[in-house]
Design a protein. Structure first.
Length: 281
């Protein structure tokens, strides 16, 4: 990846983070922390890697994406809007009664959403089914998913992981958004998933550990996953909850809290500085 593309991805991700803040602020509800932590991964997937067509969102040969941690819909909506699936202006209607942008992704109402999610554990299960269908249909599309680290406390996740390994779904790549925090605090205090890398390997997955905010590492992990045959890949992406907004970073309290006007303005100002620095390079 050249410097020009890297800069462009960072600019898109910064705009996405601004959208996230405004979505949650406008709705007076939502989940900013985990949305901000998975932004860079989503940006790479939709603007560098995935084969999708905003003009034909139901294209049968497209790559698929499932946001297993469906409460982080603000990030997915912002990326889809930036990618051209629907107007960016609609983002501020998030969670309003007359909006198609519900609190969790709906494939019925939102163009570009491949699976309705929200109940934790079900998203990775659906992604596994999509990957298996691709194998059976002899299609070359790939399936991607992002899970939350707190989501690993759901037993259904592990059933899906076993199934994906059993059927040798090497067309499936999942990202663990490993920011270490959930609504009740540190995941290691609530219900620790450690040793997580060893567990994923024991379940038959190829495992790659990365910095989830390093674009080159994200891209390299995807490339390694595509080269891995006979098993699915889990990318353990170490991230920062609330990434990009100083007072939200590494704070469990921002898991599901909307900013007030002063906090919103501060967050946007910080992101505007980042964006202006990128545009000035």
């Amino acid at each position: 990846m050249d410097k020009r593309e890297l800069k462009q991805l960072k600019k898109i991700a910064t705009r996405v983070r601004k959208h996230i803040i405004d979505e949650v602020y406008s709705a007076s509800s939502g989940h900013p922390g985990g949305s901000l932590s998975c932004t860079d991964i989503l940006t790479v997937l939709y603007f560098h890697e995935m084969r999708v067509d905003p003009k034909n969102p139901d294209w049968s040969d497209r790559d698929r994406f499932v946001l297993s941690k469906g409460h982080c819909a603000p990030a997915l909506y912002a990326v889809l809007a930036e990618r051209g699936f629907f107007p960016v202006e609609d983002l501020v209607t998030f969670r309003s009664a007359d909006s198609y942008l519900e609190g969790h992704p709906s494939m019925r109402y939102v163009k570009g959403v491949d699976m309705s999610t929200g109940s934790l554990g079900q998203g990775i299960s659906a992604a596994t089914g999509m990957a298996l269908a691709g194998k059976l249909d002899k299609k070359d599309y790939r399936v991607y998913s992002i899970l939350g680290d707190g989501e690993l406390q759901e037993g259904q996740v592990w059933e899906a992981l076993m199934s994906a390994a059993h059927y040798k779904l090497d067309n499936l790549t999942a990202f663990l958004d490993y920011n270490g925090l959930q609504i009740d605090g540190k995941i290691v205090d609530v219900m620790s998933p450690e040793p997580i890398v060893d567990k994923f390997k024991a379940f038959g997955w190829n495992v790659i550990e990365i910095d989830g905010h390093d674009y080159e590492q994200i891209i390299n992990a995807i490339d390694q996953a595509k080269k891995t045959k006979g098993m699915p890949t889990m990318v353990v992406a170490h991230t920062v909850k609330g990434k990009g907004v100083s007072f939200m970073e590494n704070q469990a309290g921002w898991h599901g809290t909307a900013p007030n006007k002063e906090q919103r303005d501060q967050a946007i100002a910080e992101l505007d500085i980042i964006l202006s620095e990128l545009e000035g390079e």
